[in-house]
Design a protein around this ligand. Structure first.
Ligand code: ATP
Ligand code: MG
Length: 364
């Protein structure tokens, strides 16, 4: 009999979701370790507690639970968003059922943290949007560039025709012509830049070291850092494995984030780039930490949106491009921030497959 009970506990523990059961007295009679982790409370702090005490900071969960306990109302696959005290959000999928189906007494709450799923769904949506934006941009730019080319040729011919015109009139017309040509070049540049920003470039992958990319970008920005009174610090791990990456694209990503950090530290500050190796997850990580203005919780949800900017001169595409580049490399991004204290971005990238295979072969 105790074997069966033991199996029961193992099954509940292995479900990959949280189970929290309340009896008809509205006291906790069971909480598996998933729930303990989710609520950041140990078993003895949970058992025997009331819903109001346990879920005081999770009003949505409390409401669902009370609906079951008091009104006998159950819920299936309800998605909730919980704002974490230390910043960030947690997406939860919640179900309720009766502890005793016959008497409809007590409620079992099952809860699963689906933040990862939501994040990658959102990221994929972003990348998709970026790709369709790129296609649109490419077709508009193509259509705009052809007439621009034709105008340019006509202006050049006009310039040649002016050779035969009397001096005073020619000078006047030439001035107008030069202005028209300069403005046309400007327009061509705008179209060109728009294309460059929104195009979805093919990656040219090669085996490279993340440390080299970071070092390269920091060298590039160090004169500007000095001017802005910003101290740059490199803490590069010595045990890093190679990644399969496009050096230019990765440098672009790191540069965009570095520029953001500079702009966030108006009166100067410190930007630390730390790299670390996560052998277990087969990934490398770049941690970029600034001492800038920070990002509020509400802003945090928006900074990866296209054209979202808080700057007069910003296009709001910088982080979208970063996200797309990292995603194309099979990696992902994370951040933590405190308003007035600074922001830390985490860039995770998978280590080179070739290296892993070579390692495996070596191990056999
Ligand atoms: N390190 C940071 N510290 C504080 N806020 C940041 C940081 N990085 C990004 N942000 C916020 O995120 C917004 C979006 O950043 P993003 O790089 O996409 O666009 P941008 O910097 O405003 O314009 P662009 O990069 O196109 O010139 C910024 O306007 C800023 O408010
Ligand atoms: Mg930017």
């Amino acid at each position: 009999m105790s074997d069966v009970a033991d199996y029961g506990i193992s099954i509940v523990e292995s479900l990959g979701e949280g189970i929290l059961a309340f009896d008809q007295m509205q006291k906790v009679v069971m909480a598996n370790s998933y729930v303990q982790k989710l609520l950041a409370k140990s078993q003895d702090k949970i058992m025997g507690q009331s819903p109001e005490f346990l879920l005081a900071d999770r009003p949505d969960l409390l409401r669902m639970l009370k609906a079951g306990l008091v009104q006998r109302q159950l819920f299936t696959d309800v998605d909730l968003v919980h704002h974490l005290a230390g910043g960030g959000m947690q997406h939860l999928r919640v179900n309720t059922s009766f502890l005793n189906a016959q008497t409809q007494a007590g409620v079992v709450l099952t809860v699963r943290d689906i933040s990862e799923v939501k994040r990658s769904e959102w990221e994929m949506g972003q990348v998709e949007k970026m790709t369709s934006l790129g296609r649109l941009a490419a077709s508009v730019a193509h259509d705009v560039r052809n007439p621009l080319g034709a105008i340019d040729i006509q202006l050049q011919l006009l310039g040649e025709d002016l050779e035969g015109v009397p001096d005073d009139l020619r000078l006047k017309l030439m001035r107008r012509l030069t202005i028209a040509q300069t403005e046309m070049k400007r327009m061509d540049r705008i179209v060109h830049n728009f294309l460059r920003f929104s195009r979805n470039p093919q990656l040219h992958l090669e085996r490279l070291m993340l440390n080299d990319v970071v070092r390269h970008v920091f060298e590039l920005v160090s004169p500007e850092a000095r001017e802005r009174n910003i101290e740059l610090a490199l803490e590069l791990a010595g045990d890093m494995l190679a990644i399969d990456g496009d050096e230019d694209q990765l440098a672009q990503a790191v540069l965009n984030m570095t520029v953001n950090a500079f702009q966030a530290m108006e009166g100067g500050g410190t930007l630390v780039a730390r790299t670390q190796m996560d052998l277990e997850a087969h990934q490398v990580c770049l941690v970029l930490s600034d001492t800038g203005c920070g990002i509020s919780d509400t802003e945090r949800d928006r900074i990866f949106e296209f054209y979202y900017t808080t700057k007069d001169e910003g296009t709001g595409l910088g982080l979208s491009i970063v996200q797309r580049i990292i995603y194309q490399h099979g990696g992902h991004l994370d951040l933590s921030s405190r308003v007035g204290q600074g922001t830390t971005f985490y860039i995770y990238l998978p280590v080179s497959e070739k290296k892993k295979n070579a390692d495996n072969k070596g191990g056999l």
